[in-house]
Write a protein that binds this ligand. Structure first.
Ligand code: ADP
Ligand code: ZN
Length: 601
């Protein structure tokens, strides 16, 4: 944010400078035009037209003609006039005139012909002078285009290159993410080693996460850690009026990167250029050109170039699939909201350089700020310092921080990003419901992590350990999967006697599975082994008849109802364990596999 502001300021300055130059150039141009026109007016009486000159010579009234090689100006002295006159000719006329006057001299006409060698300086300066208006005009046009490029929306379109001093030490929490990035740092530092080994390092890494979670920070930290330059650009800056300009910016960005390789390219808000290509409107096709150029550049990396492209987005599902293909952004790292420990670590980092009173306890601040991003937390400490200064405190007090939290919270409430205690409790029971129910089902995978930290649209999540590769899934396993999926909703119903929208995704997934069981895997007793593909052929179901469609609906409903009932029974049977897990979740926000096993023993 701050850097952006600086960039914008720099930009406005640059813009003013360009404007000033443009005005000066225009003024010079105006003066020149004025002088050329008035000059020729003044010279009018001293001028003699070409045809008049021929006539005067033929009439024998000319005393002397003076010609300069390479010049189209011919000086003429008439017999009965004091002043010399000038005839300005075209080069064709000069040629014809030379022939004409030489013949006259040979014929014995009493006209004197003086031929002078070229005056280099004069001729150069006259040529330059005659070209000057054109040159100025060209310069003005170029300037105009430049200004347009910079001026719009007050943003820089030029990429920013910086030497990042930020290292992994400046990034709190995110240990797993940092760990994943270490190989990229090693690659940037020592590409030959990887090359010799034949190891392929991902060239494009997609950083997914909501604003303020530290995507830019971690990208800068990779650059700083590897001691390579960091070129950054925002996707929205590529989008603009002139068709083709976005594409040429992408090209220039990569050209620049290749020159300074090894380096990091960071593209923020990549969804602005990389969203799915579906419509053909003007802006859209401009995006396509930009996106296509990006794809071309990503595909065109040589092994000699040590460039890693990091791109950030909060909406990975919006991205064009082409961007995610192998060799492009084929590595994805999701950066979630920090958990309690992460928040404390972030607060500690941003507490550096600030003076705190003894009553300040960053740990308890971390406990009270669930759902806050790293940027929010940095903001809180900054606000607290401001409040302390205004109140003329010697050091930042706990009260100052609490006030800052309130202030920041109000802002976040407007964006509806603050989670109420009621919502937290609901999420805790919902996730605990999934975890408890699936742990009682034989075919279901073991719980890996349960969390009530929001992720994407979900208020929390339950992760399961991945299985060894399996080729087939049995009917029992699918049925129990439905039970586990509906375990969240069941817990809400039993414990809170109310249900929420929080389970909408679970229900969607469960319904899909149930439909597939009936129409794809032939797992229904009454319908038998039949496969109906309505996706490819919407009329297939019609062909089978209305009754058949109804039967499918009934079968799907039975599967889901049975699963939901079983989930509720399991919740009631394991109520004590459920309460324990939910309470622990409210306390800790995240529970590991071991902690979970301990709780349900
Ligand atoms: P994003 O790119 O995801 O929108 P930024 O990287 O711009 O987020 O984060 C904004 C600011 O928030 C950072 O400059 C930093 O001060 C703070 N911040 C975010 N995450 C962290 C973190 N994990 N550790 C330390 N500071 C963080
Ligand atoms: Zn759920």
């Amino acid at each position: 944010m701050e850097e952006n502001k600086k960039n914008n300021e720099k930009n406005t300055k640059k813009q003013y400078l360009l404007l000033a130059v443009a005005i000066i150039l225009m003024a010079v141009l105006a003066v020149m035009i004025y002088f050329t026109t008035t000059n020729s007016k003044n010279a009018d009486d001293k001028k003699i037209a070409y045809t008049d000159l021929i006539k005067e010579i033929n009439d024998g009234k000319v005393e002397k003609v003076e010609m300069t090689v390479g010049s189209t100006n011919v000086k003429v002295k008439l017999k009965d006039e004091e002043e010399e006159k000038t005839s300005i000719m075209t080069s064709a006329q000069v040629e014809a005139f030379t022939e004409f006057i030489q013949k006259k001299v040979e014929e014995g006409n009493d006209v004197i012909l003086e031929q002078k060698p070229t005056n280099v300086i004069v001729s150069i300066s006259t040529t330059l002078f005659s070209l000057l208006p054109t040159l100025l005009l060209v310069a003005l046009i170029i300037l105009f285009f430049k200004m347009q490029g910079i001026g719009e929306k007050g943003k820089i379109y030029d990429s920013e290159t910086t030497k990042s001093k930020i290292t992994f030490d400046d990034v709190a929490g995110l240990e797993e993410e940092k760990h994943e990035m270490i190989e990229i740092v090693d690659f940037l530092k020592n590409p030959e080693r990887f090359d010799k080994m034949g190891a392929k390092i991902p060239r494009g890494v997609l950083l997914c996460g909501q604003p303020g979670t530290g995507k830019t920070l971690i990208a800068k930290a990779i650059a700083g850690q590897a001691k390579v330059p960091f070129i950054s650009m925002s996707g929205s800056e590529f989008i603009e009026m002139f068709a083709g300009l976005g594409a040429s910016r992408v090209r220039k960005l990569f050209e620049k990167a290749k020159k300074i390789s090894p380096c990091i390219i960071f593209i923020d808000e990549i969804d602005a250029i990389g969203s799915r290509r579906n419509s053909n409107s003007g802006a859209e096709s401009e995006n396509n050109q930009t996106l296509n150029q990006l794809l071309v550049e990503m595909d065109g990396f040589d092994t000699e170039e040590t460039i890693i492209v990091l791109a950030a987005t909060n909406r990975p599902e919006m991205l064009d699939k082409a961007l995610l293909r192998p060799g492009r952004f084929d590595r994805r790292i999701t950066i979630g909201l920090p958990d309690m420990r992460g928040r404390e670590a972030i607060l500690n980092i941003h507490a550096k350089g600030k003076v705190f009173a003894d009553d300040v306890n960053l740990k308890s601040i971390a406990e009270d700020t669930a759902g806050f991003t790293g940027a929010d937390l940095a903001n809180i400490l900054n606000e607290a310092a401001i409040i302390a200064t205004i109140n003329e405190h010697e050091a930042i007090t706990n009260k100052d921080i609490e006030d800052a939290v309130k202030k920041v919270t109000v802002g976040l409430e407007k964006q509806s990003r603050v989670i109420s205690d009621k919502d937290k409790r609901l999420t805790a029971y919902h996730e605990a419901g999934h975890a408890i129910v699936s742990s009682t089902l034989e075919t279901q995978k073991a719980v890996k992590e349960v969390s009530i930290i929001p992720r994407g649209v979900a208020g929390g999540y339950t992760m399961y350990k991945s299985d060894e590769d399996k080729c087939y899934i049995s009917k029992t396993e699918m049925e129990e999967k439905l039970v586990a999926l509906l375990g969240g909703r069941a817990a809400e119903k039993i414990v809170l006697n109310d249900i929420s929208t929080g389970a909408s995704n679970d229900i969607e997934v469960a319904t899909d599975i149930a439909k597939n069981m009936i129409t794809k895997y032939g797992m229904s007793e009454s319908l038998g082994p039949i496969s109906i593909n309505t996706e490819n052929d919407p009329y297939e179901l019609q062909m089978l008849g209305e009754k058949f469609g109804d039967a499918i609906g009934a079968e799907v409903k039975i599967l889901l109802d049975t699963a939901y009932e079983r989930a509720q029974r399991l919740i009631i049977q394991n109520r004590d364990k459920l309460d324990k897990v939910a309470e622990e979740l409210l306390k800790k926000e995240v529970i590991s596999a071991e902690e979970f096993q301990e709780l349900i023993k």
